[in-house]
Write a protein that binds this ligand. Structure first.
Ligand code: FAD
Length: 449
């Protein structure tokens, strides 16, 4: 199969590395013949999870057929390269929705399993892997194995959240959830500070199936952590006004055509934006109707928004801190951030539910904070190392799907089930064929391509 060596990056556009790309046209073209290979879906992980410097990257985007859809039971079987966007187009008109979705629909099914992604409903419904009935995986020896929570379950839970390092996920069978229409009922609650925001996220009267909070990352002093809890659920038929057939799907009407100069996003412009946003969105006290697209995927309406951070790219720092230490930990992180005078354009706080069964999965019962930070200079990495210390002191961890810079030592401290996972990896891939830049940087997989 022809390959092409070219520079490649994740969504954060950092790092950029030369990889040898191969793009099979169909399922039978997925193979594990190369000595060092990693699968790639839509490249929406932010750092180097889907990169393989000087090694093979297997692009799965053409392996994207829907294979079977049981519209009675809501069970979908599809090739792993299909995107959530393509799936939604088919299932929503038939009254079904994804059980868990990340904040973009331009991700592949395989990428969602490999990162065991979580959504705004993690505290109620767990992560993606909890809804996967079975996967077919192509192992290092070329065999194709079906595994599930009840069949070869060790391999299943090493692959869910395993960042592509146990093999190539070829097919996924997913259980969907029923919906009555394409609309969401949304309610916003504003909080003047972090204390109030935590209370909103814990309060069962404000919480909903989907709950996430936007934080004004520029606020400091007694406004530190001010934000808006955005809570929503799929509208029941009787919640829709009689005259309204709201499918309200936003179109991708805006695109960032070129790299913003680095000065465009500075503490002043972000401060102004945040103040306006807090005033506008926090003022929406009454429940309102929204299409599912703008509710779940607000950033998808702006094509290539990742270019907004300039040529050097950006890092998304996402961590989780367990319940017992979450408030103090998140407060300390926000204090570090506001003290650093480094702007974070986006800051999102979310409550997570119980830890799942994926051995390298990110979620644990606690609170997750995600920060988008442009790379201006090396000082950013010094700050992020400090944030790691706060996270580790609180017993938390950093999300590998967003990571581009964590150290191997910190990784081991944050992922205590790593040794257990490694035993399964060695059993199915003794020569470490499946290897990525992330896995070598973190010492998960040794050796160079
Ligand atoms: C705007 C935005 C919002 C996001 N919001 C969330 C969120 O709310 N929650 C969340 O959890 N994540 C979120 N993410 C992260 C994203 O969901 C994950 O990184 C997801 O893995 C990306 O899927 P992908 O197809 O782009 O995978 P890629 O980035 O291509 O790959 C990610 C990992 O999956 C592996 N992989 C991909 N396909 C396969 C396959 N067929 N077989 C084996 N391994 C495979 C790769 O090797 C790599 O390790 C967000 C990302 C963006 C850009």
């Amino acid at each position: 199969m022809a390959t092409l060596a070219m520079p490649l990056s994740g969504w954060g556009r950092y790092p950029v590395q030369t990889c040898e790309l191969e793009r099979p046209e169909r399922y039978t073209g997925l193979h594990s013949d190369a000595a060092c290979v990693i699968a790639r879906g839509q490249g929406r992980s932010y750092g180097d999870a889907a990169l393989n410097e000087n090694g093979r990257v297997l692009l799965t985007e053409r392996v994207n057929r829907l294979l079977d859809f049981d519209a009675e039971q809501g069970i979908l079987r599809a090739e792993a390269g299909v995107t959530l966007a393509e799936i939604l187009d088919v299932i929503v008109p038939r009254g079904w929705f994804l059980p868990v979705t990340p904040g973009t629909k331009f991700v592949s099914l395989g990428g969602c399993v490999a990162a065991d992604v979580h959504g705004k409903n993690h505290h109620h419904n767990g992560s993606f892997g909890d809804h996967v009935l079975a996967i077919e995986i192509i192992l290092a020896d070329g065999s194709r194995v079906v595994c599930s929570p009840s069949e070869s379950s060790e391999l299943f839970w090493a692959t869910v959240g395993g960042m592509g390092l146990t093999g190539i996920i070829g097919e996924v069978t997913l259980k969907l959830i029923p919906i009555q229409n394409a609309s969401m009922i949304v309610r916003h609650h504003s909080a003047d500070n972090l204390d109030q925001l935590f209370q909103l996220l814990q309060n069962s009267t404000t919480d909903d199936r989907y709950t996430v909070a936007w934080i004004d990352s520029m606020a400091s002093g007694n406004r530190l952590g001010r934000g808006i809890a955005m809570c929503g659920h799929h509208a029941a038929a009787e919640e829709l006004p009689a005259d309204l057939q709201n499918t309200g799907q936003a179109k991708s009407s805006h695109s960032i055509p070129f790299n913003f100069p680095a000065f465009a996003l500075n503490t002043l412009s972000i401060g102004v934006f945040n103040a306006l946003y807090y005033g506008r969105e926090g003022g929406k006290r009454e429940p309102f109707l929204s299409g599912y697209d703008p509710y779940f995927y607000p950033l998808d309406t702006i094509g290539h928004w990742n270019r907004m951070y300039g040529k050097r790219g950006f890092v998304q720092y996402q961590c989780v801190i367990p319940d017992a230490t979450a408030f103090d930990g998140i407060k300390a992180l926000l204090q570090e951030l506001s003290g650093s005078r480094r702007p974070s354009f986006l800051a999102v706080l979310k409550r997570l539910g119980a830890q799942g069964r994926g051995l390298l999965s990110f979620p644990m019962a606690g609170y997750t904070l995600a920060l988008d930070m442009p790379i201006r200079d090396e000082g950013l990495f010094v700050l992020l190392d400090k944030l790691d210390q706060v996270v580790m002191q609180g017993g938390g961890r950093v999300y590998l799907a967003k990571d581009a810079r964590l150290s191997d030592e910190s990784f081991r401290a944050m992922y205590p089930r790593y040794e257990e996972w490694l035993k399964i990896k060695h059993a199915v891939d003794p020569e470490n064929k499946f290897s990525s830049s992330l896995s070598r940087r973190l010492g998960i997989v040794e050796g160079r391509p």
